[in-house]
Design a protein around this ligand. Structure first.
Ligand code: ATP
Length: 395
């Protein structure tokens, strides 16, 4: 499912657009990169320690800044310390300061340091975007809430370079695009909102940021940040590397630093939101049915092939059908327990279609397709199965 979320993001942000290209940059990057980007100095969270229970906590995420959520005691916190979230390691055999490197805490810097190569080799003209999906590492003080906050996670980021005066309109364009992406893939729009950052929340590079928030069980919380990073990063890297990263506009014969609009989403966090939004409990014939109403593009399996009984005469042809579908779909094959139990199991993992091979199938060369959401069934001949599945999944 995580792979499907990432594939859908790539399809929407890179494949289907003529103005965005993709890259895959290094995870371990030189200290100089993180000095230039400002992360070494300011990529910190305020940490306090409870003098009573020794819990270490992130101050800006506490409901009550004077009460320890771990032991319940009040006024037990130490003075806040700025804790840098980057993981350090050393490149090469010597553990010296000169060899210090960091695991990236965002994929974005890999885009900025490759910007000039990518622009030149792809002959890109403003406005254009460079996108990347990849692992990111933050030494979070308090990881938790399932995969909402982990120390190793995946980001899906795009840096969209434009003329400075066009930045405000691209900022609002990308907010619409990104909100639509979530609703198109099934998230109820009532569970999404856009929240602008207050001045006190803005990152060191930002002239304006909004969060796309989701109604998580504990309240509204960030799913994705969209920021106007201005020309901060390209300027910083120019200053620190000595390489002129200004853009030359032939028509106007001007040289300037482009502005950057950045939609930055968490792959794992989005997957979590898609999962929760799809989860439903229904009552069917007096019994509870749990069903994940996932968009077929996100469901881990699109089709389950189920022989009605464990008899070899059914298993063999059913397996053949399953194998014939594997080049196009993720297919489950399940021969255990009653057919009703097996349908329910597929409902719970969000499989949109079940294909049942029964004793009649041996005679009529047809199978039953059962639809997850409506629980209705159709009889389809085996030769037309692939076509029927494609049209059912296309909705
Ligand atoms: P927070 O305030 O929650 O720590 P942030 O504002 O620092 O998050 P960004 O730097 O904007 O987060 O990161 C962009 C996206 O990356 C977030 O919207 C989120 O989806 C994802 N993300 C950030 N940190 C984590 C994490 N520790 N675990 C999982 N996903 C994360």
């Amino acid at each position: 499912m995580l792979r499907n979320v990432k594939d859908q993001w790539w399809k929407a942000m890179v494949q289907s657009r003529g103005d965005v290209v993709g890259i895959d940059s290094a995870i371990i990057q030189a200290r100089a990169v993180w000095k230039a980007s400002g992360h070494e100095d300011v990529f910190t969270d305020p940490m306090v320690e409870c003098r009573n229970c020794n819990a270490r906590l992130r101050l800006d995420k506490l409901d009550d800044p004077n009460q320890c959520p771990n032991c319940g005691k009040r006024d037990t916190f130490t003075e806040p310390k700025n804790f840098n979230l980057m993981f350090k390691t050393h490149a090469g055999p010597v553990e010296s300061d000169e060899n210090l490197v960091y695991l990236r805490p965002e994929t974005a810097q890999g885009i900025f340091i490759n910007y000039e190569n990518v622009r030149r080799t792809n002959r890109l003209k403003l406005p254009f975007g460079i996108a990347q999906i990849g692992k990111t590492f933050r030494n979070e003080i308090t990881p938790g809430q399932f995969v909402f906050r982990t120390r190793e996670f995946e980001q899906m980021e795009m840096e969209f370079f434009c003329r400075p005066e066009e930045a405000p309109s691209w900022f609002s364009y990308w907010q619409d695009q990104r909100l639509n992406w979530y609703t198109d893939l099934g998230i109820d729009s009532d569970n999404l909102r856009i929240r602008p950052h207050g001045d006190d929340e803005l990152s060191h590079y930002s002239a304006g940021t909004v969060d796309i928030e989701y109604a998580f069980p504990w309240g509204w919380d960030e799913l994705e940040g969209i920021a106007n990073r201005t020309d901060f990063d390209l300027r910083q890297h120019t200053e620190h590397s000595g390489e002129d990263l200004r853009y030359y506009d032939q028509e106007s014969d001007e040289r300037f630093f482009p502005y950057v609009i950045e939609p930055s989403a968490g792959a794992t966090r989005s997957m979590f939101a898609f999962l929760m939004d799809a989860y439903q409990e229904e009552e069917v014939a007096g019994e509870k049915r749990i069903v994940l109403k996932l968009d077929p593009r996100l469901a881990p399996y699109q089709v389950a092939v189920l022989p009605l009984s464990k008899k070899a005469e059914l298993i063999e042809p059913a397996r053949k059908i399953a194998d014939s579908l594997r080049s196009d779909y993720m297919v489950e094959f399940d021969e255990t327990q009653s057919i009703g139990r097996r349908y329910r199991r597929q409902d719970e993992i969000g499989t949109p279609l079940c294909v049942t091979f029964d004793f009649d199938s041996l005679e009529d060369q047809a199978v039953t397709i059962r639809y997850r959401d409506t629980m209705t069934q159709d009889r389809v001949s085996v030769d037309r199965l692939s076509e029927a599945i494609a049209s059912a999944l296309a909705g």
